[in-house]
Design a protein around this ligand. Structure first.
Ligand code: HEM
Length: 194
């Protein structure tokens, strides 16, 4: 998507907000908004999904062992349950889910969407794109952070060199001068009026 397309799609959603007087309003979405939940609350979400609440996926990639590889495997691995495993109505078998039976049915199917550039819309292609997106939502500032780190790596050695040089410069006077203390005991202080 171009930025304009993404903005147009965000504006299609109505987001809960408040106006200047504090009254609740609905306004068109902007790019920084979270995707609105399709359910009003967790009870309604569980009721619509065989008792399991669909998790918030914003940072799910960081919250599962295997990160996006796990999500990819989960999305692409719906099979008939092997003998001995009971799958209740509305549930599905997926060997990657702990326990094997989960309340989320298969979500992605071949040709489920159409790519504008003609990329074949296989389950694995769609899963890869979803995983790339979820990796980004999990660490939206990843690239900025790396860029700042690179800048830091360049600037810090330079700054260290300048600071050490300045320190040497400033301390030269003290380090190269010799001080001696002599006792004045038993001697008249200089310029004494006596
Ligand atoms: C491509 C879109 C989707 C992705 C990437 C996705 C991904 C996930 C992930 C990673 C989990 C957590 C699995 C775990 O705990 O390890 C999950 C759970 C779940 N998802 Fe989805 N999901 C998608 C779409 C949906 C949709 C559209 C629904 C409902 C209509 C849904 C319903 C659920 C439910 C009910 C669970 C809880 C499963 C359980 O605990 O048994 N998901 N999903």
């Amino acid at each position: 998507m171009t930025e304009a397309e993404a903005k147009a799609e965000a504006a299609d959603s109505l987001i809960d907000d408040i106006d200047d007087k504090g009254q609740p309003i609905k306004r068109p979405g902007i790019l920084k908004d979270k995707l609105p939940s399709p359910y009003p609350n967790k009870v309604a979400a569980a009721k619509a999904n065989n008792g399991a609440v669909p998790p918030d996926l914003t940072t799910i990639v960081l919250g599962r062992h295997g990160n996006e590889n796990y999500i990819y495997s989960l999305l692409t691995s719906y099979f008939d349950a092997p003998a001995g495993i009971k799958v209740d109505d509305g549930k599905a078998y997926n060997p990657y889910f702990p326990g094997g039976v989960l309340a989320m049915p298969q979500q992605l199917f071949d040709e489920g969407i159409e790519y504008k550039d003609g990329t074949p819309a296989t389950v694995s292609q769609q899963s890869k794109d979803v995983c790339s997106f979820l990796r980004w939502t999990s660490e939206q500032y990843h690239d900025d952070r790396k860029r700042w780190a690179l800048k830091g790596l360049v600037i810090l050695p330079l700054a260290t060199f300048i600071v050490l040089y300045m320190k040497k410069h400033v301390w030269t006077f003290i380090k190269s001068s010799k001080r001696a203390w002599v006792t004045t005991k038993g001697r008249e202080p200089p310029h004494s009026s006596k």
